[in-house]
Ligand binder design. Structure first.
Ligand SMILES: NC(=O)c1ccc[n+]([C@@H]2O[C@H](COP(=O)([O-])OP(=O)(O)OC[C@H]3O[C@@H](n4cnc5c(N)ncnc54)[C@H](OP(=O)(O)O)[C@@H]3O)[C@@H](O)[C@H]2O)c1
Length: 318
């Protein structure tokens, strides 16, 4: 590779929560030739769009962030869409990147790919050793297929390939859909609504006793930058903060960040989901990465962003 900062780096999904954070991170780090794309300029489910994108951008490195993303309910109510769209979005571009002789590919997977009975903390050696969680197995299988395809592309074509498996993310630019979104943004939305309507409480699914490891999106962006700058690592890495909190603690921290003075009701008629699924992220830390934003600060940044987005009508609910 030539000068790292002037090489052509394609970032798909550059307008989403992770993509926007990554663009900020790499721009600040001095990268000058980022090629950004989202579904409006190239629909990655359509082969001709993908072909044109790669011909136009000629990347030496591709960071594949784009995906059809959603929470547990979205995944389980649209399993076909989540499987097929993700398979298309990943595979069509991988095919074109191989043809264009790209040098390096970083793919953003997800920690939901782990078998439900894998030993804790979760490590990549447990991948593909057992049945997946029922609720999102279609999406997870698509992510695993890409991980394997990248491994094959490395072995056959010598492309440097890295798959990252991040834990639950949150941050500016998230989707705040109460029903279809992820845990933290949905709870921020509900808690804020309870505050403005002066309700006595807001409700949280389950007993609150399950634990979640959560990561502020800028920490993932720095993890991607770490892997981008490392010329040796090939394979799969977890990306987790190591900061596991009970849902009770997460809901209380959200209440503090929002400034809501009412109660939190835990609806034990709803499922808790997996009790714990901490990641072993030591191999990534050995490459020089550490998470830097704790839950309190991350929630404050996210809630401030949410308030601004509300003001300008920019809160996503998809
Ligand atoms: N959010 C989490 O908690 C979480 C956790 C673990 C892993 N991840 C992974 O992180 C990555 C990014 O997630 P995110 O939360 O940033 O998602 P997001 O905010 O929904 O962003 C998705 C991005 O993908 C693009 N995209 C979607 N469909 C596309 C298509 N057909 N053609 C081209 N672009 C398309 C979107 O473009 P438009 O804006 O034009 O639609 C958007 O830029 C995904 O791979 C996801 O699996 C997320």
């Amino acid at each position: 590779m030539g000068n790292r900062f002037s090489e052509s780096i394609l970032i798909t999904g550059s307008t989403g929560m992770v993509g926007s954070s990554l663009v900020r991170e790499l721009t600040q780090a001095g990268y000058k030739n980022l090629k950004l794309t989202n579904s409006r300029d190239a629909d990655l489910r359509i082969q001709s769009d993908v072909k044109l994108l790669i011909e136009r951008t000629k990347p030496t490195t591709a960071i594949l962030v784009a995906a059809k993303v959603g929470g547990v309910l979205a995944n389980s109510s649209m399993p076909g869409t989540f499987a097929v769209e993700n398979l298309l979005i990943q595979t069509l571009i991988l095919n074109e990147l191989i043809k264009s002789r790209v040098e390096k590919i970083i793919f953003v997977g997800s920690s939901c790919v782990y078998p439900k009975n894998a030993p804790l903390p979760l490590e990549p050696k447990s991948l593909l050793t057992g049945p997946l969680e029922e609720s999102n197995k279609w999406y997870a299988t698509a992510k695993l297929s890409m991980m394997m395809a990248l491994d094959g592309a490395n072995k056959e074509f010598g492309i440097k390939t890295v798959t990252l498996m991040p834990t639950n993310l949150y941050g500016p630019g998230d989707s705040f859909d109460v029903h279809l979104g992820h845990l933290i943004p949905s709870l921020i939305h509900k808690c804020h609504a309870a505050k403005v309507t002066r309700s006595a409480s807001f409700s949280v699914w389950g007993t609150g006793r399950a634990y979640r490891e959560v990561l502020y999106v800028d920490d993932l962006a720095r993890a991607i930058a770490t892997v981008l700058e490392n010329d040796d690592f090939v394979g799969t890495l977890n990306v987790g903060s190591g900061d596991e909190r009970s849902i009770i603690e997460i809901a209380e921290s959200i209440r503090d960040a929002v400034g809501f003075i009412g109660e939190i009701e835990f609806d034990s008629s709803k499922p808790d989901g997996v009790l714990r699924k901490p990641l072993n992220s030591k191999p990534l830390r050995e490459l020089g990465w550490e998470s830097q934003i704790d839950l309190k600060a991350g929630l404050r940044f996210t809630y401030n962003w949410y308030l601004d987005a509300l003001k300008f009508g920019k809160v996503r609910e998809n």
